[in-house]
Write a protein that binds this ligand. Sequence first.
Ligand SMILES: [Zn+2]
Length: 366
Amino acid sequence: MAWIVSRYTCLIAVLGCFACAVPKSDPWIVEANRATGDGDIRILLLHDMEGLSGQTNPLTFRYGTKEYAQGQERLIADVNAVVAGLFDGGADVVDIADAHGSGNPQPDLLLDRLDPRARHIMLDHPFNPYTEFARPGAYDGVAVVGMHAKSGSGGFAAHTWSIGIRIHVGDRSLTEAELVALSFGDVGIPLIFASGDDRLARDIAHLDWVEYVTTKHSNNAWSARALPLDGVERDLRQSAAEAVRNRLQAKVIKLDWPVDAKIEAVSPSDLSFLNVLQGVGYQDGGISFDAENPDDFFDHTTKIIGLANIGLNRHAVQATQQLSPLEQAMVNQGFRVSDVLWLNAESGILRKAAPTTRQQNYGGAQ
Ligand SMILES: [Zn+2]
């Protein structure tokens, strides 16, 4: 009997290996929107701050710089144009949440100038904008405004979630717009509208149901060429209206869990200091893991990016001691050292640090 049990247990274990899902190289599922269209039309608008119209200077999305006020001007203009379009298209409710995280204790959005029909959501706790509002039936569609392209894309201020981070799922690397689409898609809510630069347009062209408005053409991570504002604002409004009208034809994307995921750190972010820790799984610039479900994916991703930021801060501290004349000039203009390193790296500008003149002291245990 014991033999039979062990044989069956063994057989079940073997069958289980076939039955249980193995991560696939291309785990994307594209489904029809199952919403019925009954009831109020509720839209969530998430805004970032790097893909705005009329914006060509990275200082405009950094809270604490004098140029940040210009970024706020462009943000309220783009958001109000999209809000107007969403209501034109038939929306009954438009909620707005911040997906930028500038560090400003007040909203980036100038609320006294926000279209009064929209509601800006403030929470009393830090939140992840990709997951916090993704609840079944909470919305009929999501619109993302002022988005940027992914790390390595050559887009203006290109990054994914954090500077110097590339997020891979299966064979693909993701943009933040796709993180939104996947998180909300997992609960049946489609991404219906996006705005950002021409590089993001290319990054997410495969989401061909998304109404997309190109706000500017990127030269590189440092700079962009703005498009005429009146034309962009008209496009934002018209496309947002179309997005609501066509929401039932929009597709929902999800992942076929579990998935192979990898968080890669590129300059100035860094995970290589984990190389010495066995069992952590650091390889080829990043950490790979099997994600069982969205919570697992976002939980691992948050933690690994936190580690990559330790590496980033270490590089920024080291660089501060040996800035090249050009880097020093950018810091004098108001850029953070980490931003100079990031925007140079994303623009393909190799670092030529000034040689350090400091004496190296013994820094070990006494
Ligand atoms: Zn962003």
